[in-house]
Design a protein around this ligand. Structure first.
Ligand SMILES: Cc1cc2nc3c(=O)[nH]c(=O)nc-3n(C[C@H](O)[C@H](O)[C@H](O)COP(=O)(O)O)c2cc1C
Length: 170
């Protein structure tokens, strides 16, 4: 696990190839193995491989989401808000588990924040994504994880740059 964490970087450029269905099956399993508060599992995951849909979703924000159109897969991480008061935490945990599982399977990925972001001055990114995917208003959208075989390489963050001073040992 530490080796994975050392290698982990956000990857936003992907090869133009579909993701192996067996790999997608493992990602699906990783998503629903994520722990949740009280085991409520309020999350829903929408696996999007359809190119026109990825293109639409890549416009969820004015910046920071455009690269989704070049991804092999986007996983929309959302939740039924009324099911759990800590749905944000539950979604966040599942999103990072998806990213680390993807890395272990040879994929690159990047988190695209949707909650608390705007599509335009008058419309939230959540509203935009809900409309594109036909989701009900009760469904909250935390983020989209973009995934694909990496077309860029990034160096690990050097150990000397890690902020160990932010850890207090008592
Ligand atoms: C909660 C969260 C939200 C993020 N939102 C975005 C985003 O909307 N678009 C984007 O390109 N990257 C996004 N990122 C990726 C960060 O920019 C990235 O993790 C950070 O710059 C550190 O780079 P690294 O992941 O390569 O170590 C997000 C990451 C987190 C954890």
């Amino acid at each position: 696990m530490l080796d994975l964490l050392r290698a982990r970087r956000s990857i936003r450029r992907y090869k133009d190839e579909g993701i192996d269905p067996l790999v997608i099956e493992k990602l699906r399993e990783a998503a629903v193995r994520s722990p949740t508060s009280r085991g409520i599992n309020p999350w829903r995951f929408i696996f999007v491989a359809d190119k026109p849909l990825l293109d639409d979703l890549s416009r969820a924000k004015e910046g920071g989401s455009g690269f989704l159109k070049g991804a092999g897969l986007g996983v929309v991480v959302c939740a039924e808000e009324e099911k759990s008061d800590v749905w944000v935490e539950d979604c966040s945990i599942s999103a990072i588990i998806l990213q680390l599982t993807a890395l272990s399977l040879g994929l690159g990925s990047c988190w695209i924040q949707i909650r608390n972001r705007m599509h335009s001055p008058t419309r939230s990114s959540e509203e935009y994504v809900r409309e594109i995917l036909g989701l009900p208003e009760t469904m909250r959208v935390e983020c989209i994880i973009s995934l694909g075989y990496p077309a860029e390489t990034k160096s690990p963050v050097p150990a000397k740059d890690l902020e160990f001073e932010k850890i207090l040992s008592l």
